[in-house]
Design a binder for this molecule. Structure first.
Ligand code: MV4
Length: 449
């Protein structure tokens, strides 16, 4: 069924990204915003805007009743959740659908299955994805954990089933630490998520984080759009992402992409999704699946030419994917720099008035941001204020262009992470693609020493 008006249940650059895709399809938009975001760019551009509450997210962007009411008042016929906030809340997806509103996202059952890391792993394994060696499901007690750890071999990692973003994880290097680390993982999980279910895995010492973008039509067809390398992270926050990964060959991409697409087809997955792997010594190990559009989706768009938000909307309308696997070619290289309003070296947040703004431009340069001169960055939300996405025919060309583009960016009045990105691009290890998930924090430690 054709969508006529989309309510965007998000803020910032992703709200603007969704608005743009909708308008390019002739679809109207409704912005919902907190009192802190009344002057945001996406609110100005949207066809309708509804204030849904005060600044704290729990009272506005997570306020289900206010969002549903806004949809009904404005006669929105669909809701796009963006990323974060309510995007992976299966109950919210069900409530949206129960109100006769089209949910631009995966089936609620799939959001729920993948939200629980134990059921996600079981499901992924049954669908033929390679897993990190570990417990077959939840681990009941420290004694069972100890038996399993002997089988798998140390080091092992205890993870919370309701975890994510690295919370509730404990590495165990030797048997004498297991009982206490297991107990700590449990109680941290209970405190953080209200669920003390934990599981066990072999701990990989120096992996890369490589994720595959997939898309399903919900009726048994699915495609992959290649991988992104997101190994450059600090405290589980991605800093820079690239596609393709410098370590994955075209053959390996086609093989692994085929495996993930086949798995998603078999489960009848609907919409956009990301399958996260750890990659070490040439092997992929499934860790989690994200049932949402991700921050870093533009690097995939740059190398495939596919508009992922447009595809999400088409699928939600019950239409076919606009591209088949055979139509998807991977060409060139793309890198995204996340630009945050923070000190580039100590990461202290730096909200406030943007006194001057100029976005980089030119060939193959994309800036996704709601910034403008005179905009005041509110202190209540995530510090990411812009994404700079640059494309080049080769990785080297992409890096040269990215340096040029970073030099053009002007964001005056607040501190930003631009200088961090500029320093990173000068590093030999980065230029050689020689980095793992540990590289950035080690580099920062040395630099700040
Ligand atoms: C791991 C791991 C090593 N071995 N699992 C961190 C967040 C969550 N998504 C999974 N995480 C990890 N799981 C095993 N078996 C190391 C990490 C990890 C990590 C993963 C991806 C990107 C950055 C990371 C930083 C620290 C630890």
């Amino acid at each position: 069924m054709a969508i006529r008006r989309i309510l965007i249940a998000n803020r910032g650059e992703i709200a603007l990204r969704i608005h743009r895709a909708a308008h390019e399809m002739g679809i109207e938009t409704v912005a919902v915003h907190s009192t802190a975001d009344a002057e945001a760019m996406h609110v100005r551009l949207a066809d309708h805007a509804v204030c849904i509450g005060p600044p704290p997210a729990r009272d506005s962007y997570l306020n289900v009743a206010a969002i549903i009411s806004a949809a009904e008042i404005t006669q929105a016929d669909a809701i796009h959740p963006g990323y974060g906030f309510l995007s992976e809340n299966a109950r919210f997806a069900e409530i949206v659908e129960a109100h006769g509103i089209t949910w631009i996202g995966p089936k609620p059952e799939h959001i729920r299955t993948m939200g629980d890391k134990v059921s996600a792993k079981t499901t992924a394994g049954a669908l033929g994805l390679p897993l990190v060696p570990g417990s077959a499901g939840a681990v009941a007690d420290a004694a069972q954990a100890a038996r399993l750890a002997e089988e798998i071999g140390y080091p092992v990692i205890v993870k919370a089933a309701s975890g994510g973003g690295g919370r509730g994880m404990k590495v165990v290097t030797a048997p004498d630490e297991l009982a206490s680390q297991f107990g700590q993982a449990r109680s941290e999980a209970r405190a953080a998520f209200g669920d003390d279910t934990v599981y066990l895995e072999k701990y990989l010492g120096n992996p890369r984080h490589i994720e595959f973008q997939i898309f399903g039509d919900g009726r048994g067809k699915a495609i992959h759009l290649g991988e992104r390398d997101c190994s450059l992270q600090r405290r589980h926050q991605k800093v820079l992402e690239e596609a393709p990964s410098p370590v994955i060959s075209a053959d390996e991409r086609a093989r692994m992409g085929g495996v993930v697409a086949q798995a998603m087809a078999q489960m009848g997955y609907r919409g956009a999704g990301t399958i996260e792997f750890l990659w070490e010594a040439g092997k992929f190990y499934f860790i989690e699946m994200n049932t949402r559009l991700q921050v870093e989706h533009p690097v995939t768009e740059a190398i495939t030419g596919v508009d992922l938000v447009r595809e999400q909307i088409r699928i939600a309308e019950g239409r076919e994917l606009s591209v088949a696997q055979a139509d998807i070619a991977f060409a060139g290289h793309a890198i995204e720099c996340r630009i945050n309003a923070e000190n580039p070296w100590n990461f202290t947040p730096s909200p406030g008035l943007v006194s001057g703004y100029h976005a980089a431009g030119g060939m193959h340069v994309r800036v996704d941001s709601g910034l403008y001169a005179g905009y005041r960055i509110p202190p209540y939300y995530d510090s990411m204020i812009a994404k700079l996405i640059v494309y080049g025919r080769t990785r080297e060309g992409c890096i040269m262009r990215l340096k040029r583009a970073l030099g053009e960016m002007v964001i005056a009045g607040v501190e930003t992470s631009i200088a961090l990105h500029q320093a990173l691009l000068e590093e030999e290890d980065f230029r050689d693609g020689n980095y793992s998930i540990k590289w950035l924090e080690e580099w920062l430690r040395e630099r700040n020493a």
